[in-house]
Design a binder for this molecule. Structure first.
Ligand code: DOR
Length: 314
């Protein structure tokens, strides 16, 4: 059997597949399903300082032809204290590390949440979400280089230990260069997760002539197979630019072992599954693991290090 283990931010994962933050991870019972599945680790729903109901429903829709999904959830979550309590009682000897996603509505909120996790001194890894596209009136921090750097200057020293950031997709080489140059200034940024959903698409049902989701006149983040190439490009762009052992976690477009394999070729150290997990349930991890192992066996790869980042160019 090909070895799918990896390590991120200094912690070992028995299998490099995990959920994308937001899917199947808001409540404890959902997190337990991830623990009970073949996923190698789990990340919680992005938390805000206070609990939120999120945007009005319908706010998620799969798209016809299995090309992906659109969502404008609006960060429904239980508030960071719920996830802090979960992290306190988490069994860190179960072999699957815990990632905690935080998405403060302001720098002050992010600061307060990071301080609370620092004070609790737990072995979980923080992933700061700079890229939610679905909050009316709130631009994605990841698209404002100055504000993102200013936020990191405050948060990185508070967190102290290795942490990750969840990025929006970038579409311009200059933006890859600028963002990577910022991240390289912070020693304890251990990884970036590429990508959050492709923000503000519009899905319309042609028969009813109506938008598929309710919030923001139907605008929402796109995920699933249709964002695969955007996601691969972001994974590879940061893999090429980040230094000092900084890693990339891939997120976007994984429906089978084939896309997971492509993400590793592009440079991913771990691979998250969002839309496909939402559609298929936690059994997706066993299926995709098996498919990835079959591809690796057919190509003669025994572990992921043998081909990570080794995509050939012409
Ligand atoms: O697509 C997304 N939806 N990305 C996020 O970061 C948050 C989520 C939501 O709750 O809207």
């Amino acid at each position: 059997m090909a070895d799918l283990s990896t390590s991120i931010a200094g912690v070992k994962l028995p299998n490099l597949l995990l959920n994308a933050s937001g899917v199947n991870c808001r409540y404890e019972n959902e997190l337990q399903q991830l623990l009970d599945s073949s996923a190698g680790s789990l990340v919680t729903k992005s938390a805000t300082l206070n609990s939120r109901d999120g945007n009005p429903e319908p706010r998620y829709a799969p798209l016809a032809g299995q090309i992906g999904s659109i969502n404008s959830m609006g960060l429904p979550n239980q508030g960071y204290e719920y996830y802090l309590e979960y992290a306190k009682k988490f069994d860190y000897n179960n072999g699957k590390p815990l990632f905690i996603s935080l998405a403060g509505m302001s720098l002050a909120d992010n600061k307060a949440m990071c301080e609370a996790f620092r004070d609790a001194n737990l072995p979980c890894v923080l992933e700061i979400n700079f890229s939610c596209p679905n909050l009316p009136g709130k631009p994605q921090l990841g698209y404002d280089m100055e504000a993102m750097e200013a936020a990191l200057k405050v948060l990185a020293p508070i967190i102290g230990k290795p942490f990750g950031i969840k990025l929006p997709p970038y579409f311009d080489i200059a933006h890859f260069d600028q963002a990577a140059a910022i991240f390289n200034k912070f020693d304890n940024i251990a990884y970036v997760t590429c990508i959050n959903s492709v923000g503000n698409g519009l899905a319309i049902d042609w028969e009813s002539e109506t938008a598929l989701i309710k919030p923001k006149d139907g605008f929402g983040g796109l995920g699933g197979l249709m964002v695969l190439q955007t996601s691969l490009a972001n994974v590879n762009a940061f893999y090429r630019r980040l230094n000092n052992g900084k890693q990339v976690i891939a997120c976007g477009g994984v429906t089978s072992g084939k896309e997971a394999f492509l993400h590793i070729l592009a440079g991913a150290s771990a691979v998250q599954i969002g839309t496909q997990l939402q559609e298929e349930g936690t059994g997706v991890f066993e299926r995709v693991s098996k498919e990835l192992q079959e591809i690796m066996a057919a190509k003669g790869y025994k572990n992921v290090e043998e081909f990570r980042g080794k995509v050939k160019t012409l």
